[in-house]
Design a protein around this ligand. Structure first.
Ligand code: KG4
Ligand code: ZN
Length: 346
């Protein structure tokens, strides 16, 4: 089966071609530069840029996969969650492709695609290695802990009650005057910093629920910087600040993920989403899983941030296991939650 997949939920225009579990192409045009001067994603600009880029990116993805439109068996696109106007561009274009090619169409939940992205290894989907797992999805907009009961069957254990982990990274970076997007900057500076230099709160660490909260941590960094305004001029203390904030975020994410896996008797942990690029988080999960003798599957860096390969890989698995299709008249679902993602039994 050959699937053409489109992802335009936020600020990356991405088109991928997947064939029988192989990622034939995965072209990503990031809009980081466009939004950086505003310090965050401007939804209207994002939509216009998707509109401008989608046709050339699609042509590029087909060309690098050496696939002709007539060889496509199905078309998939992100249906939600995401920025409404951004989603609309990719979703409606994908429906139009499916209509023109007279092929089935499938709308995909963006988080569900992140959830299964750790099973993509290099250029192919590696579902032979699949194990039941507890999975952490950490992106700019969401922090979700999920139990995967079987391939394509999962329950949400908890999520953030306010800011997401990525949002916390980005907002702290902004307070510290670092360029957008802040997460990768904090990561870069943290390498040279002392994570024990400053003590920041670990919100909800001892709370028995699987929910997260990061707004308080951000606020405590704001107060800390108000009291220590000169810190921003000292390169080493800036690195210490980044390392200390990162350590607080990572400790909460790692502790709660491992605790959920232990409680549920699950011996495999996975992680995905943009924040999974973070070196502190990768190392934290690696060392905790080593101690617990858990199997760890981290999404590869190229599949952590938004990409169409994860959309296409999930779409292909769904088309293999179920006959469900999405109507060509279906609408985007900007507020779609993972709990609403249609669950298919095998
Ligand atoms: O999954 P993603 O690309 O987009 C959403 O669906 O939100 O995640 C983007 C988020 C941003 O908040 C960005 O700052 C964060 O991931 N991020 C990082 C790193 N790389 C990306 N956060 C911390 N360290 C990183 N290395
Ligand atoms: Zn995402």
């Amino acid at each position: 089966m050959t699937v053409l997949a489109i992802e335009t939920s936020c600020d990356e225009t991405s088109v991928a071609v997947i064939r029988n579990g192989r990622v034939l192409s995965n072209v990503i045009a990031s809009q980081v530069e466009l939004h950086s001067e505003y310090g965050g994603v401007v939804p209207e600009l994002a939509a216009r840029e998707h509109l401008r880029k989608l046709a050339p990116i699609t042509r590029g993805a087909l060309a690098s996969a050496r696939v002709e439109p007539a060889q496509i068996d199905a078309v998939a696109a992100t249906q939600g969650p995401g920025l409404p106007n951004a989603l609309l561009i990719g979703f409606k274009a994908a429906q139009a492709f499916a209509f023109a090619l007279e092929k089935p169409f499938l709308g995909i939940n963006h988080h569900e695609a992140h959830l299964y992205s750790p099973w993509i290894a290099g250029d192919r989907a590696d579902f032979d290695a699949f194990q039941l797992n507890v999975s952490l999805i950490v992106s700019g907009g969401h922090t979700i802990l999920v139990q995967v009961l079987a391939e394509l069957t999962h329950v949400v254990l908890g999520s953030t009650i306010d800011d997401a982990a990525g949002e916390c990274f980005d907002k702290v970076a902004k307070l510290a005057g670092l360029p957008y997007p802040g997460g990768p900057e904090v990561d870069r500076l943290a390498v040279r910093g002392n994570p024990k230099a400053f003590e920041f709160p670990r919100p909800m660490l001892r709370d028995q629920s699987d929910d997260f909260s990061f707004a308080g941590l951000k606020t405590s960094v704001r107060y800390f910087l108000e009291k220590n305004p000169n810190l921003l001029e000292d390169a080493q203390r800036m690195c210490d600040l980044c390392a200390s904030v990162q350590a607080a975020i990572v400790e909460v994410l790692v502790t709660k993920t491992i605790r959920a896996a232990r409680r549920l008797g699950v011996r495999c942990v996975t992680a995905s989403g943009g924040v999974t690029c973070n070196r502190g988080l990768r190392q934290g999960l690696e060392s905790a899983c080593r101690d617990e003798r858990f199997t760890l599957r981290l999404a590869e860096r190229q599949f952590c941030t938004d990409n169409a390969a994860m959309i296409g890989v999930l779409a292909e698995r769904k088309l293999m296991h179920s006959t469900r299709k999405t109507s060509l008249d279906a609408e985007i679902l900007p507020g779609m939650s993972l709990a609403e993602a249609p669950i298919e039994a095998r």
